[in-house]
Ligand binder design. Structure first.
Ligand SMILES: [Zn+2]
Length: 406
């Protein structure tokens, strides 16, 4: 895509109302626009990153048998009265009139969908997910995309004939989550946590980060990790698993998984006949990942003083091609990259100084920068460097494309 055509307006100054690194860099780089507290629009550049995250999640959910569907933002009061939550979620659910609310989560609707269609253990296990906008009346909307009032989320719900089957699937989802986050370039801790507003105990996926809102305890040696909200331990105590020392770290929660037991299936009468012909309530689990929050977490952990450093898997473009003093070689390279399906942002603007182009490239943070100028051509070709690295090299134009295709 040509920079002269895409809707990007970068800004040098930190926005006055940016309350976090992610809000500042994503706004300055032209990825998002803040509309009001906790409400952000994804601009073309931001949507490209979002789609990459979304595709990784979708691929991995499909590999563990998740079936994608799309439920509704508008939720009827009657359904939430069945589960007994209409009154309980009053603080977090935006209301539209007296009988409708905007969905903060979808346990009720998925239970309603499944109870009308599944009646035998033979149809289980089953898991359904959606990637959709959610609303939470969040009085502390802050930290950019980390804590929004309107945000994008993947939520999956699984249904089982018994606890054992549920447990096996829960562990499988946990493994898959680790894989998803690692593909996105995030190292996570699998943390024991409280059920928050919706259950008793759960597990969270936390990214260690000094700007995180959560505090977790982790072992220096093994995989022990607990949220301080539920832990009886403190920093410096011995790890209950291996005896080494544990320490506390700030972290950002980017995913969570909850056992739901028969809380919804019982109250909403979602029953099946088991192998003995006996009527039992289905056992359920739910599994969330905040997509816009993941995007923010990547920025919080992967940036420098000049801007964002995107991991290649979620970068808006793989290559940022910069032409200095408009030259036909750069145009040819751009055409060839397009032809070979290599994602490229081409800074073809001629009214902009070299310094401004470099600053923009650093701010936007594509993994590979290529400069084609009279100077680089005189030295034998194009100058190539990696975002976040000081080193660059001159590579012959004829070799450039093949190098990038790998
Ligand atoms: Zn340990």
């Amino acid at each position: 895509m040509k920079r002269s055509q895409i809707l990007i307006k970068t800004q040098k100054e930190i926005p006055a109302d940016a309350d976090s690194i992610n809000a500042s860099l994503l706004t300055r780089g032209g990825f998002i626009q803040k509309e009001m507290a906790g409400v952000y629009a994804l601009l073309p550049l931001g949507l490209r990153v979002y789609r990459k995250i979304e595709n990784i999640i979708r691929e991995e959910m499909n590999t563990i048998g998740g079936q994608e569907l799309l439920m509704n933002v508008l939720q009827p009061k009657v359904l939430w009265e069945e589960s007994g939550r209409w009154g309980k979620v009053a603080d977090v659910m935006y209301r539209v009139g007296t009988d409708v609310g905007l969905a903060p989560t979808h346990e009720e609707q998925i239970t309603d969908i499944v109870r009308r269609r599944i009646s035998s253990y033979k149809d289980l296990p089953a898991a359904y997910y959606q990637i959709q906008v959610k609303f939470r009346n969040e009085p502390r909307a802050k930290s950019g995309l980390l804590r929004g009032r309107e945000f994008l989320m993947k939520d999956m719900y699984s249904f089982h004939e018994n606890e054992d089957d549920f447990k096996a699937y829960y562990d499988k989802v946990a493994e898959t989550y680790k894989k998803i986050f690692s593909r996105i370039g995030l190292e996570t801790k699998y943390v024991k946590a409280s059920g928050g507003m919706f259950g008793d105990t759960s597990n969270e996926f936390q990214v260690i980060c000094p700007t995180g809102e959560d505090v977790i305890l982790i072992c220096e040696k093994c995989d022990f990790a607990e949220n301080t909200e539920i832990s009886k331990l403190k920093s410096g105590d011995k790890c209950p698993k291996c005896g080494s020392s544990i320490k506390s770290e700030k972290a950002i929660e980017i995913g969570n998984i909850f056992p739901l037991g028969d809380k919804y299936s019982k109250s909403m009468n979602a029953k099946i006949l088991d192998a003995d012909g006996k009527e039992v309530a289905m056992i359920m689990g739910c599994y969330g990942i905040g997509l816009t929050r993941v995007m923010a977490a990547v920025v919080e952990v992967s940036h420098d003083n000049n801007g964002i450093v995107w991991p290649e898997s979620v970068a808006p473009f793989k290559v940022n091609l910069i032409s200095l003093n408009k030259n036909s070689e750069a145009d040819k390279v751009y055409e060839e990259l397009i032809r070979r399906n290599i994602e490229v942002l081409y800074d073809d603007r001629d009214e902009i100084t070299a310094g401004e182009k470099f600053a923009d490239a650093d701010l936007i943070g594509c993994p590979i920068r290529i400069i084609i100028s009279e100077k680089s051509l005189a030295s034998g070709g194009a100058e190539i460097s990696k975002r976040g690295s000081q080193d660059s090299e001159i590579i012959r134009i004829s070799k450039l494309i093949n190098k990038l295709a790998n």
